[in-house]
Design a binder for this molecule. Structure first.
Ligand code: UD1
Length: 342
C-alpha cells in the first residue's frame, strides 16, 4: 500500500474517477461525500472497475466535529484531495451565501484539522475560472487573476488565497492547486461518469441527454462571439486524464518532490474547441444527429479560454492523452449505460 488518501467529494464526477486511478496506483482510499450532488451507487461502479471497494462515509465537510471523528476513526491518513464543493455557476449567483458557506467552511475545517492529525499534503480542486477572460491565450499559471464573474468563481479564488496564506504563516502544510479547464467524458468502462441531478448546466451532459431524446434540443449560447464560428471556445479535457494528474500530484507530495510548498498547475489539453465543433464531433463519432438551436449568450460566459499545459507537462510529467473523439464517445457510452440501468 502506497498510502492512505482521504478524497472529499469522492462520489462526485471528478472525485470518483480519481478514486479509481488512486486505487489502480495502489493507494488506499477513504471517500467522504454528503451526496448533495451524487449517489452512493457510485461506490459500486468504482468497485466494479478496480475490484476494490473504497471506504465510504456519508459526511459533510462543513461539520467540523464529524470531520474530527472521521480523522480519529481512520488514523494514518497521508494526504487529502479536496473536491467537495458546490459548482453550478448560475446557482451561485442566486444563492451566494450557500456557496460561500459550503465551499469555504469545508476548506477551513480541513486546514484546521490537518495539523491535529499530522496530515500535511493537500490537493485542491481549482478552476480556470480564476483567470476570467485572459488577455493572452493560451493561458499560463502566471496570468493575472481577474475579478470573479460569479460567487462560485470567487470561492475558488478565495480558497486559493486561504491556502497560500496558511502556508505563508509557516504552517506545516504543502499544497498542489490544480486548475481544471473543462472536464468531460467518462470512464471507458462506462461504470462511472457525470451524473448531473436535474437539468444539466454543463455542455456535454446536455448534449448526451439531448442525443438520447431526454431533452428536446440543445441551446447553443451565442454565435456572435469573436471566434472563428462565433460560438465560445473551451479546453475540453478527458476526465480520466484529469484524474491521473491527481495521482501524480499526491505522489509528488508524499515523495517530497515539490519545489515549493504551494504549486499551481493548469490541467488542460492546450487546444480550444468551439461549442459547434463539439456538436459536430459528437455527431461524427456517435452517428447520432443532435437537434440544436442558436440562442442568446449566457450571462457570465467568457468568450474563449484554453490552457498552456506546459508547466504540468514538464514538472509533473503529465499530458492529456485522450482524443476529444474518444472522450465524447465515452460520454455517450455512459449516457446509454445510465439509461439501461435506470
Ligand atoms: C463553468 C465554469 C467553470 C466550472 C464549470 C463547472 C466559468 C468561466 N467556467 O465552465 O469554472 O468549473 O462551469 O460547472 O465560470 N453551453 C451551451 N449550451 C449549454 C451548455 C453550455 O452552449 O446548454 C456552452 C457554454 O456557453 C460554454 C460551453 O458550452 O461556452 C461550456 O459550458 P459549460 O460546460 O457550462 O462550462 P463552462 O461554463 O465553461
Amino acid at each position: 500500500m502506497k498510502g492512505k488518501i482521504l478524497v472529499t467529494g469522492g462520489t462526485g464526477y471528478i472525485g470518483s474517477h480519481t478514486v479509481v486511478e488512486l486505487q489502480n496506483a495502489g493507494y488506499e482510499v477513504i471517500i467522504i461525500d454528503n451526496l448533495s450532488n451524487s449517489n452512493k451507487n457510485v461506490v459500486d461502479g468504482i468497485e466494479k472497475i478496480t475490484g476494490i471497494r473504497p471506504i465510504f462515509k456519508e459526511l459533510d465537510c462543513t461539520d467540523k466535529e464529524e470531520m474530527r471523528n472521521l480523522f480519529s476513526q481512520y488514523p494514518g491518513i497521508n494526504g487529502i484531495i479536496h473536491f467537495a464543493a458546490s459548482k453550478a455557476v448560475g446557482e451561485s449567483v442566486q444563492k451566494p451565501l450557500l456557496y460561500y458557506r459550503n465551499n469555504l467552511d469545508s476548506l477551513l475545517n480541513l486546514l484546521e484539522l490537518m495539523p491535529e492529525f499530522n496530515i500535511e499534503s493537500f490537493v485542491f480542486s481549482s478552476s480556470c475560472t480564476v483567470y476570467g477572460q485572459p488577455d493572452t491565450l493560451p493561458v499560463t499559471e502566471n496570468a493575472p487573476i481577474k475579478p470573479a464573474l460569479s460567487p462560485y468563481g470567487n470561492t475558488k479564488q478565495i480558497a486559493e488565497e486561504i491556502i497560500q496564506d496558511t502556508v505563508h504563516s509557516g504552517a506545516s502544510l504543502k499544497s498542489i492547486i490544480l486548475r481544471y479547464f473543462n472536464p468531460i467524458g467518462a470512464h471507458p468502462s462506462a461504470e462511472i461518469g457525470e451524473l448531473p441531478l436535474g437539468v444539466p448546466q454543463n455542455l456535454v451532459p446536455f448534449v448526451t441527454q439531448t442525443a438520447a431524446g431526454l431533452r428536446k434540443e440543445l441551446s447553443v449560447f451565442g454565435d456572435d462571439y469573436n471566434t472563428p464560428d462565433g460560438s465560445c471556445i473551451r479546453d475540453y479535457i478527458n476526465v480520466v486524464d484529469l484524474a491521473k494528474a491527481h495521482v501524480i500530484a499526491v505522489t509528488r507530495m508524499l515523495e517530497n518532490k515539490m519545489k515549493k510548498p504551494v504549486e499551481i498547475f493548469n490541467l488542460g489539453t492546450g487546444k480550444g474547441l468551439s461549442v459547434l465543433e463539439i456538436i459536430q464531433t459528437f455527431e461524427k463519432v456517435t452517428g447520432v444527429k443532435l437537434p440544436y438551436k442558436i440562442v442568446g449568450r449566457r450571462e457570465g460566459d467568457i468568450e474563449k479560454v484554453w490552457a498552456d499545459p506546459e508547466f504540468a507537462n514538464k514538472e509533473l510529467g503529465w499530458t492529456a492523452k485522450e482524443s476529444v473523439e474518444d472522450t465524447l464517445l465515452s460520454a455517450w457510452k455512459w449516457q446509454l449505460h445510465v439509461m439501461e440501468n435506470n
